[in-house]
Write a protein that binds this ligand. Structure first.
Ligand SMILES: [Zn+2]
Ligand SMILES: [Zn+2]
Length: 327
């Protein structure tokens, strides 16, 4: 769709997938239709107007997982997206690259903008495609080079396992093996380079923990867009994780995630958008962005029974701990 161009001009079109199931997304270049195409066939048009800015937070927080390079609707300049977030108290952002062009973009953006640090990796849905074309080794080598190319690359991620997309894309046993091998290699990279590991786990809780246990978890790791229940939260926390909650905790069907949020100690809680995906209630279906984080944080404070300012201060501090210091 012509109007859905990314501002990442060197790549041309880069758009958000159509899936709004409430589960974790966060990849591109998938063999799926665009959101717009779905709307046309169903006869309905999704409202892509940006939601209004919420009331500013009483203390700054960090959006620790965002895809500023993926457009949903009209592209927004990176500096404008950062400024809109800062206006409501979301003063820093972790920009996550999901493939080689995305990783290069993330490094350049972090180098240019004080508010940003970067994560670089091959998304679990990217690994099978690269393996099938014999490019996985070269791509991993390039991720390692990018990870050491700038001091503001603090994270290896997002990596992990995605059973949901894997099942849809029909890459079979070979694809599953490639996904797991890529995950193992990213864990090794995070440990060797002393970076934070950012894990994508979609319908793969047990396998993610199995692989982590076999490889040994890095010192710092984040379960991004936490999608498990309280018992799974405890298993991750026991292994040293910070748990990052997204707009999904505001969804009606997310009682298990809310229970997980309640059992997570205050010093292990993080917040993220995974923008442009996972827009919080009441704006589901509209484009997500870091300036909407206050909606999610307020919902989190209510669920946990925390004072809002105290929760914001904790999230701000926790994010620095999780990503190896301030920036
Ligand atoms: Zn993800
Ligand atoms: Zn993501």
């Amino acid at each position: 769709m012509a109007e859905r161009r990314s501002h990442r001009s060197e790549r041309g079109s880069r758009t958000a997938p159509e899936d709004e199931s409430g589960d974790n997304l966060g990849t591109v270049n998938e063999p799926t239709r665009s959101r717009a195409a779905t709307e046309e066939t169903s006869g309905a048009r999704r409202d892509r107007e940006r939601p209004p800015a919420p009331e500013p937070l009483p203390h700054p927080v960090v959006d620790n997982h965002c895809h500023l390079d993926i457009a949903d609707g009209d592209p927004v300049a990176t500096a404008d997206a950062i400024a809109a977030a800062a206006d409501v108290g979301v003063t820093r952002i972790v920009q996550i690259g999901c493939d080689l062009p995305g990783a290069r973009w993330a490094v350049a953006a972090a180098a240019e903008h004080d508010a940003l640090i970067a994560g670089v990796a091959l998304h679990p849905n990217e690994a099978p495609r690269l393996a099938a074309s014999g490019q996985l080794e070269d791509a991993l080598a390039e991720i390692e080079r990018l990870a050491t190319s700038h001091h503001k690359v603090r994270a290896i991620g997002e990596t992990g396992l995605d059973t949901y997309r894997h099942a849809q894309s029909n890459t079979g046993e070979e694809g599953r093996v490639a996904q797991e091998e890529s995950f193992r290699r990213h864990i090794d990279l995070a440990k060797r380079l002393d970076k934070t590991l950012v894990i994508h786990d979609r319908e793969a809780h047990d396998d993610v923990l199995r692989v982590l246990d076999e490889e040994g978890a890095p010192k710092r790791w984040v379960m991004h867009c936490f999608s498990g229940d309280a018992a799974f939260a405890r298993q991750c926390l026991d292994r040293g994780a910070h748990l990052s909650f997204a707009g999904t905790v505001t969804f009606k069907n997310a009682a298990p995630q809310r229970n997980a949020l309640v059992v997570t100690p205050l010093d292990r809680v993080l917040v993220e958008t995974d923008a442009p995906f996972l827009t919080p209630t009441p704006w589901r279906g509209r484009p997500n962005a870091s300036y909407l984080v206050p909606i999610t944080v307020r919902a989190m404070a209510e669920v946990r029974g925390d004072d809002l300012e105290a929760l914001c201060a904790a999230i701000d501090h926790n994010t620095e701990v999780a990503f190896g210091g301030s920036w």
